[in-house]
Design a protein around this ligand. Structure first.
Ligand SMILES: [Fe+2]
Ligand SMILES: [Fe+2]
Length: 275
């Protein structure tokens, strides 16, 4: 029997403004925006920037678990809060990119059980304009082969900078039978969502969740100063009380083929401030 699975994926959550709008979205706006119940949805967010823009503390990890997320993905910033090393091996729903060296703490892919189906999620880093990580092309194949032994439903968060690398990687994953490839890392939502090969739902970048008036979640003044002077300066997150939330909803059938992908973007003003 064919069963459709709804997968909602929220782009990089940045600091307190990101955590605030995500929390409100889940409690107040989810059904209104998506026409679905949260409980009927496999819920994923990329959380590499969730704790003050850099990394993820254990407390913030536990808050996401409490909000009902089924899986959390990450990226190059996941190591920025040092306590990650003390809890990542016990963090059941958290993935770090798979293409780090083999003995790196944490895991890069996992199979989750959801409403009597199994969903494999893989987190990968790109290499163009990024650090020289292990080949995502070779490593993703290993993860897909392992997951395919148990399920046809496979979601990949490809955390990468270059649009061409992301499109090419999505086509490659599609040929290997992946259901969804959703890009993250640039924090800017792209308008190119589509189904590739009647198999894979794809978007180059989902976008981010955080302050709406800064520069990809960071303070405008610091960004401007860094860019105009070329001098190093510590980034701080923007907090203008105006927030944006970017995500996608993909519908995948239990044979692993994606049916639809829809992107969404909502903004919210918090005149009383963000607590
Ligand atoms: Fe990010
Ligand atoms: Fe990143």
């Amino acid at each position: 029997m064919t069963q459709n699975i709804n997968i909602v994926f929220l782009g990089d959550v940045v600091g307190k403004p990101g955590r605030k709008i995500v929390k409100d979205f889940l409690t107040d706006d989810f059904e209104k925006v998506l026409g679905l119940k949260k409980e009927d949805t496999f819920l994923i967010a990329n959380v590499e920037n969730a704790s003050h823009g850099f990394g993820l503390t254990q407390k913030n990890y536990e808050d996401f678990v409490g909000q009902g997320f089924n899986c959390l993905t990450s990226g190059n910033h996941i190591w920025d809060k040092k306590d990650i090393f003390t809890y990542i091996d016990e963090a059941d729903i958290l993935l770090r990119p798979f293409n780090y060296p083999k003995d790196t703490k944490g895991i890069g892919y996992k199979i989750f059980e959801f409403k009597e189906v199994k969903i494999g999620v893989i987190n990968m880093l790109g290499r163009v304009f990024m650090s020289p990580y292990d080949s995502p092309w070779e490593t993703v194949k290993t993860a897909i082969e392992e997951i395919k032994k148990e399920t046809s439903i496979i979601f990949v968060d490809f955390h990468a900078e270059a649009t061409a690398e992301k499109i090419c990687f999505a086509k490659y994953c599609s040929d290997l039978g992946v259901s969804v490839v959703a890009g993250t890392h640039t924090h800017v939502q792209t308008a190119d969502e589509r189904i590739i090969n009647e198999q894979t739902a794809f978007i180059t970048d989902v976008g981010f969740c955080g302050d709406y008036n800064g520069v990809i979640g960071m303070e405008y003044e610091t960004s401007l100063h860094r860019l105009t002077t070329n001098l190093p300066e510590r980034f701080d997150i923007a907090q203008t009380n105006s927030c944006v939330l970017n995500g996608v909803l993909a519908v995948v059938s239990n044979d692993g083929k994606a049916k639809t992908i829809k992107r969404f973007c909502i903004t919210k003003n918090y005149e009383e401030g963000i607590k």
